[in-house]
Design a binder for this molecule. Sequence first.
Ligand code: ATP
Length: 234
Amino acid sequence: MTDTLLQTKNLQAWYGESHILHGIEFSVPKGQIVTLLGRNGAGKTTTLRSIMGLVKNRTGSVVHEGTETIKLASNQIAKRGIAYCPEERGIFSSLNVKENLQLPPVIADGGMSEERVYELFPILKTRGNSQGTKLSGGEQQMLAIARILRTGAQLLLLDEPTEGLAPVIVQQIGEIIKRLKDEGFTILLVEQNFRFAERMGDVHYVIEHGEVVDRFERAEIANNREKITGYLGV
Ligand code: ATP
């Protein structure tokens, strides 16, 4: 049996008056890759932001390593070893690669050394003195993932890391994510790109209108392909 690292129950969230999440429930086994799939506006990003404590108005339960975190502030959640890589990547574009890596946000214990980061992402070493704005989309995404690894987080919340990237770069990002899994990281991945998600995920949850409407293990994908693509409108 695999340990559960994170579990949400009846997770609800609001932006102002708008009720966005209506009771999201899923669990993330330690060391696995779990994907959240769904159409635009389904509530995937809001789910990640709620777990990270970035949506203030949220209720329900988010248990991380046996501790309830629903009432914690985002910096306390980060200190537990959870990190969020937003869709817009969140790097400092006016700073160069090296500086970005030396300025990670809140640190949990055991942040990845710069040396290890460069081993995982050799291109970042080559581009060390390049300013954020001068990087390609793929390089920016790698830098964004590298920054969250520097925090020492063991649970990585990745929001559409492949968005807007060329297939060859998507392939590289996929290899990095798999390698992180092999090294023991746990990954919660939001994706619109189902072909990428199915290659990555051990378990997939489908979100519609702020609720989980289905769940598939990796082995169940082949027999449910039509159903899943129907959910995603692809
Ligand atoms: P996408 O891929 O488009 O980001 P998503 O599944 O991640 O889709 P969310 O970004 O979580 O969806 O958005 C869920 C709903 O919440 C949408 O209706 C969106 O318009 C709304 N929403 C998102 N951010 C805000 C905000 N800051 N204020 C108000 N409404 C928001």
